[in-house]
Design a protein around this ligand. Structure first.
Ligand code: NDP
Ligand code: OXD
Length: 313
């Protein structure tokens, strides 16, 4: 066993399995012995309590339980140590499946067929192939690129938008403020896979959705948000659905989670809702790489997947 302890600082879910798996190799605690506990060398966190990590004198790195790290940066007492995020094939696979599923459901008119079935209607609308539809992915990082490649192989035209210029084979790429409107104008189905940062907060507005292309074939623009809820305005999405700016939406994330009972999005006939479940962080796949990173770091190797604090992701 190693000298130092891992602080497993988690709110909003039961960390039992994380605790068991981490404990197989290292000493783990759910609470420090006081605010300046010298035994804590690493923190593994999801929405940690504010200021919990502020005064731990021997903390060497913070490991996020998720790919996104906005839940860490809300902490006003975040110490100046490296923050490592999740990059893992298992999580990427979940997200790729989710995005392909939702894009195909919108493209193959799942909403229409479910409504028809409820009324026992036997009617075949016109069909088109994926080549007629252009999917635009906001965020061309680990998850956005994997989704882009899967959608490309299904035959969709794919566009991508990122902060810096990126190249992805077979994908039309756009970047920065200058590239945003041209990207939207060339996109029928918008997939949001951005991190939540000061630059991306509330980016999905009614006016942004107005810029999407409305190709006759699809019958209207579609929004799929799997990034973060605070990237969007729930009210603007509702308005866009009501006036036809959006035909349909698949939403995995919301401004407030759980989505409040009073939200009109729950009952909207053209909205598909999942409870922030697009790509789960499975400890059976994620703990070993975390422990391996700690070992490697202690041998003097650099940490991988370290977040750029300045950029916020
Ligand atoms: P990455 O850090 O690998 O990629 C982020 C992408 O967003 C990059 O392409 C980056 O641009 C782009 N980006 C960041 N800021 C801006 C900006 N201001 N303008 C334009 N583009 C920007 O992240 P991942 O792909 O691993 O994950 C993306 C997000 O998905 C996570 O942050 C998390 O919020 C969310 N997520 C949601 C889950 C769910 O279950 N719903 C599960 C897992 C993740 P550049 O390439 O130039 O750096
Ligand atoms: C993540 C998430 O960021 O599950 O990994 O939202």
């Amino acid at each position: 066993m190693h000298e130092g302890r891992i602080l497993l600082a988690v709110t909003a879910f039961n960390p039992q399995r994380w605790y068991e798996l981490l404990s197989a190799s290292r000493r783990v605690t759910l609470e420090p012995d006081g605010p300046a506990d010298p035994s804590i060398t690493y923190a593994v966190v999801w929405k940690q309590r504010p200021n919990l990590l502020a005064k731990l004198p021997n903390l060497r790195a913070i490991f996020s339980i998720g790919a996104g790290v906005d839940h860490i940066f809300t902490d006003p007492g975040l110490p100046d140590v490296p923050v490592v995020r999740v990059v893992a094939d298992n999580l990427t696979q979940y997200m790729t499946e989710y995005v392909a599923w939702r894009v195909l459901d919108h493209h193959r008119q799942g909403f229409l067929y479910r409504a028809q079935q409820a009324r026992k209607i036997w009617h075949e609308p016109p069909q088109r192939t994926a080549n007629d539809i252009s999917v635009g992915i906001m965020g061309l990082g680990t998850l956005g690129r994997a989704a882009a490649n899967a959608l490309k192989s299904l035959g969709f035209e794919v566009n991508g938008w990122s902060r810096r210029e990126q190249t992805v084979d077979g994908v039309a790429t756009f970047s920065g403020d200058k590239g945003l409107v041209p990207f939207l104008n060339a996109t029928d189905i918008l997939v949001v896979l951005l991190p939540l940062t000061p630059a991306t907060r509330s980016i999905i507005t009614y006016n942004l959705l107005r810029e999407l292309r409305r190709r006759n074939g699809l019958g209207g623009a579609v929004l799929i948000n799997v990034g973060r809820g605070k990237l969007q305005s729930d009210a603007d999405i509702f308005r866009a659905l009501e006036d036809g700016t959006l035909k349909e939406a698949s939403l995995d994330v919301f401004e407030t989670e759980p989505l409040p009972q009073a939200s009109p999005l729950w009952g909207h006939p053209r909205v598909f809702i999942t409870p922030h479940a697009a790509a789960t962080s499975d400890p059976n796949h994620l703990v070993k790489p975390m422990l391996d990173q700690m070992e490697a770091f202690e041998r003097g190797e650099p940490l991988k997947n370290v977040v750029d604090v300045e950029a916020g992701y």
